[in-house]
Design a protein around this ligand. Sequence first.
Ligand code: GTP
Ligand code: MG
Length: 332
Amino acid sequence: MQKITITAPTLKEALSEVKKRYGDDVAIERTEEMKDQVRVTIALFDGDKPIIIPSLKNKEDQNLIDNPLSAVKIVEEICTDHYLGQDFQDFWLKRLSPYLTLTGINIAESLSECVNFEPQWMRKILSIKPVVFLGSYGVGKTQILAKVAALLKAAGRPVEIYNMDTLKTSGQGLLQAYAAKLDVPYYFGKEGWKTLQDNIRTQTDIIKLIDTQGINLSSSKDIDWITPYVEKLVFDPLLVVPCDGCVSLANQYTQFIRRYGVRHLILSKLDLAGSLSLPIRLAWNSEVPIAMVNGSSSLSDNLQYFNAAKLLDVLTGVATEGTRDLGVRVGY
Ligand SMILES: Nc1nc2c(ncn2[C@@H]2O[C@H](COP(=O)(O)OP(=O)(O)OP(=O)(O)O)[C@@H](O)[C@H]2O)c(=O)[nH]1
Ligand SMILES: [Mg+2]
């Protein structure tokens, strides 16, 4: 067996040199980061002939790739297809490099080092910290709140809904109807606000979900109304991020997340998005975890839990259908 090392400034360059010299399917034994260089060690067996490892995906686990060059190629293709940017791609490839070994390469593991997830979010909601649903206009806040309420109820956790979207003349009825259908207490506007403060003091186990009006993230005036709420109560602020949103909004979203201490992201409109550049870049930049995903205009389709493997399936187009069904219907 002969070992050969190839050193280059980046992993990409090192691998492309390997590819140039030994073809697509070569066994890479080790990748190491040195000062400003990356060193790739390859093993050659049988004289000078490289061992050929077929670049097929493992059937049992679609996220396990058995060829380092294929793994790198998949990451590059995803980043290009979803407009994730060179900086994100470099970051991801760096996280991928320790996984580039002879056996199965788990791309999802490396993705989970770029984007955080909190699939246990719903279990961890505290009744003393009302969850406030924030987001731009029409992104799905109200519908997602209704779905979260339904799931909590199905899990046997008492819940109540506070509608603070007092600007919408037609919207009140809708959320009120959801609440009635779910048989959960519903409060609205100023009265609701007072009740919320009382209930936080007196109730210990009822989860409080607060719906809010849409916010224009670029206008600080629009956001001002939140400030007194944030000052008076300890909230668990949640931001709904539309997957079909424009990536140029990422900075505004990031600023908003920092300013209001957003703790979780829920992605909406997964079904409408061609690329996932906004939510992925946002989750990456802000390090705020993705809790759940909404992917349907219908109330009877569930929210989904998300993790790196599922996200990878979406990014590579493997997941055309929804992921795990939570088995609960809002029934409306
Ligand atoms: N296709 C699709 N439609 C969605 C999704 N989430 C919400 N919608 C639809 O988007 C529209 C707006 O949803 P709402 O829940 O009212 O959004 P909102 O953020 O509360 O809107 P405002 O309160 O007006 O700011 C509704 O027609 C929903 O059915 C989704 O994931 N996919
Ligand atoms: Mg709404």
